[in-house]
Design a protein. Structure first.
Length: 275
């Protein structure tokens, strides 16, 4: 079973709790929605799932129903005891902690995991990027985020949402918007739309450049996205690089894909930088 709006409201009241705006808390209170998310996560008895932002455990229980082993992470110390009482009887492991500060290596070990999360706006992008960069045992993710964040995570070159985070995510993974989530299934009801994004890890691209250098150039390029690259990358990329690697110096950041960014970042007068 999972939790209904009435049951979550009752838990809030019984424990003197309320959704905390500072933590971006919007609890999913619709059983059909959490089961849909569990289906989209495509997990089962052979999988280990780590859930971030478990709240009162509605999605947690839906994930456990699939037969997967579930570890639920929750930062709100007021909610953690309630979460434990709801999900530990179902065999879920609960961890209190901030996902941006956790020692993920110690928590997950060296086995493969799937991450499922309902992420607030202010942590969604840095957390997804950190997990891609630092936690290779997370092989794929299904994250629920504000629709504009979802669009940026999954955007392709040339689209309005394409930005630095799109290119950074593309280095590590393929991402796509898997569906929308109506505001009516949340408590409290948010003022913005939400979407689900799947992120599938893949091997890094075969580019003659380090990730750190790639990221540096991409961020510089998008720091002034309305400028031509010859201006936005001034002092970051040698001006001779544009002609050498076949990228127009009059192009703008949103026009470049992974390969073009990689060639620009790698070029030096003496040849590509070592990878």
């Amino acid at each position: 079973m999972t939790l209904t709006r009435r049951e979550i409201t009752a838990l809030l009241t019984a424990h003197g709790l309320a959704p905390r705006r500072a933590l971006g808390q919007n609890f999913v209170v619709d059983p059909n929605t959490v089961r849909r998310i569990a289906r989209l996560a495509a997990v089962g008895p052979a999988d280990r799932v780590v859930e971030i932002g478990a709240g009162f455990g509605s999605l947690t229980l839906a994930l456990r129903e699939t037969g997967a082993a579930v570890t639920a992470v929750e930062v709100d110390r007021g909610i953690v005891p309630v979460l434990r009482s709801v999900v530990e009887p179902a065999g879920v492991t609960v961890v209190e902690g901030d996902a941006l500060e956790l020692d993920w290596g110690a928590l997950l070990g060296d086995t493969t995991w799937v991450l499922v999360a309902n992420l607030p706006y202010n942590v969604a992008t840095p957390l997804v990027v950190r997990l891609l960069e630092e936690v290779p045992v997370i092989s794929r993710m299904l994250v629920m985020v504000q629709a504009e964040v979802a669009d940026r995570l999954a955007a392709a070159p040339g689209s309005p949402a394409y930005g630095a985070v799109s290119a950074v995510v593309a280095w590590w993974a393929s991402a796509r918007v898997a569906g929308q989530v109506p505001a009516t299934v949340f408590l409290p009801r948010p003022k913005v739309a939400s979407s689900l994004v799947t992120v599938e890890r893949r091997p890094p691209p075969e580019l003659a450049v380090t990730y750190a250098r790639f990221k540096e150039v991409v961020r510089a390029g998008f720091a002034h996205r309305r400028k031509m690259l010859r201006s936005s990358l001034d002092g970051v990329v040698d001006p001779a690089a544009f002609a050498a690697v076949g990228v127009a110096e009059t192009a703008r950041a949103e026009e470049l894909g992974l390969e073009e960014w990689g060639r620009l970042a790698a070029w030096t007068p003496n040849g590509p930088t070592p990878s």
